[in-house]
Design a protein around this ligand. Structure first.
Ligand code: HEM
Length: 382
């Protein structure tokens, strides 16, 4: 069945995926398991420079995501360790022992050769008790930059947020089916369920405020999430492209909200206002950092959706209200997120760019305007 894994697990990979790289690639995992100590002692640069040069051919495909995650984590630490230790600036040349296998494995996966949201969140979890669900206190990370509880919670909140995707996909599919059948009551019910799920996404997201201290986020974590684009000029040894364009990890590379937006049509394809168009361009650039099957799933959703068309053409106010409630729930998520960004990085941050390299005020504000354009029936606009 096409997209079987996404329909079963949402955007998180299966719990039974491989956890350990086979030799000789296990050396990367061995190093990754000592990151906090190596950062503290300042030995990471030497450890990476001593690495052998390995070629990835011969490694079975089921290990490629784990290898990509591990190599991209090592690259983040290699680049940002001097900054994290306050002992200098970023290292701007990634040695070929890291850059070549990272680029090779990223190419086979169809992903950018850099640490992405998939590496930070989607692949970076295990369940402490596999018989219990994805509650934040049941989630452990696979790797950690700091080894601290705030970092574990930061990842756990993201994984918990992602774990709602199966229900979201099911509500969107129901709304799509009722839109095709022009069933007004069924459509309104499915859209009401979707609004409820988006409010639950906001609720799960807000858990970050109770579990991650802004100070720990700024001191221990944020630097390791940063990419190169708009932040630092970067060279990957023995690779023929400009690595400086690669963005850093950010929730903006998650597929969950973009899947809703593609299916429901909460963002317009283009905007006449240049500020809003710029935000849409950055939004689409972030989508290039999703795993390949997520991108295809979203393209498929966008191509076949009838949801907005049906809501626009239907003259029943309940249908239009149900549609607008979903748009309002997306707007509420964005507003909440913007206020959390201000709490965590707005006040003490050196620049107003996110780890993904966007000017986040302009970016999220532009998307909020774009969402408001999509509300049906001007009288209902907030
Ligand atoms: C603790 C604090 C957090 C901060 C400082 C933060 C920061 C940011 C920033 C600056 C952006 C804009 C893109 C960029 O990086 O350049 C962004 C986007 C995003 N983040 Fe976060 N984030 C945080 C927590 C979370 C959590 C816990 C989640 C999910 C559970 C999340 C999900 C998202 C999503 C979905 C977007 C896209 C926003 C949109 O389309 O409007 N973030 N984040």
């Amino acid at each position: 069945m096409p997209f079987e894994s996404i329909l079963q697990n949402g955007f998180l990979p299966s719990a039974t995926r491989p956890r350990e790289l086979p030799p000789p690639f296990d050396i990367y995992q061995e190093i990754a398991s000592h990151i906090p100590a190596e950062v503290r002692d300042g030995t990471f640069g030497k450890t990476i420079n001593d690495l052998p040069q390995l070629a990835i051919n011969g490694l079975p495909p089921e290990y490629h995501s784990l290898l990509k995650m591990t190599l991209s984590v090592l690259t983040q630490v290699f680049v940002w360790e001097p900054v994290a230790r306050k002992k200098g600036t970023a290292r701007t040349v990634v040695p070929s022992q890291l850059s070549v296998p990272l680029v090779e494995v990223a190419e086979t996966l169809g992903e950018p050769p850099v640490f992405t949201y998939a590496d930070h969140t989607l692949r970076n979890w295990t369940l402490r008790d596999p018989s219990r669900s994805f509650l934040p206190d049941n989630i452990d990370t696979v790797f950690s930059y700091s080894g601290g509880e705030d970092e574990r919670s930061f990842v756990a909140v993201h994984v918990y947020y992602e774990s709602i995707a199966v229900d979201v996909i099911s509500a969107c599919s129901r709304a799509q089916k009722h839109a095709i059948n022009q069933s007004e009551i069924g459509f309104s019910d499915a859209m009401a369920r979707l609004s409820e799920l988006i409010r639950e996404m906001s609720h799960r997201f807000a858990g970050v405020k109770d579990t991650v201290s802004p100070e720990a986020f700024r001191k221990e974590l944020r630097v390791f999430l940063m990419g190169w684009r708009n932040i630092v000029k970067m060279h990957y040894e023995n690779c023929k492209f400009d690595a400086s364009n690669l963005r850093g990890e950010t929730g903006a590379q998650s597929s969950l909200l973009p899947y809703i937006e593609a299916t429901v049509g909460t963002l317009p394809p283009h905007a006449s206002n240049s500020r809003v168009q710029k935000a849409l361009d950055v939004y689409h650039d972030f989508l290039q950092y999703q795993p390949k099957d997520h991108r295809h799933f979203l393209q498929n959703a966008l191509q076949y959706t009838q949801i907005r068309r049906f809501a626009q053409s239907c003259d029943r106010s309940e249908v239009q209200e149900a549609y607008n409630d979903v748009v309002h729930a997306v707007i509420a998520f964005r507003r909440l997120h913007l206020s959390v960004i201000h709490d965590y990085i707005g006040a003490g941050a050196e620049s107003s760019r996110g780890t993904g390299g966007s000017l986040y005020n302009e970016y999220i504000d532009g998307l909020l305007s774009a969402n408001r354009y999509q509300l049906l029936n001007k009288d209902m606009r907030a």
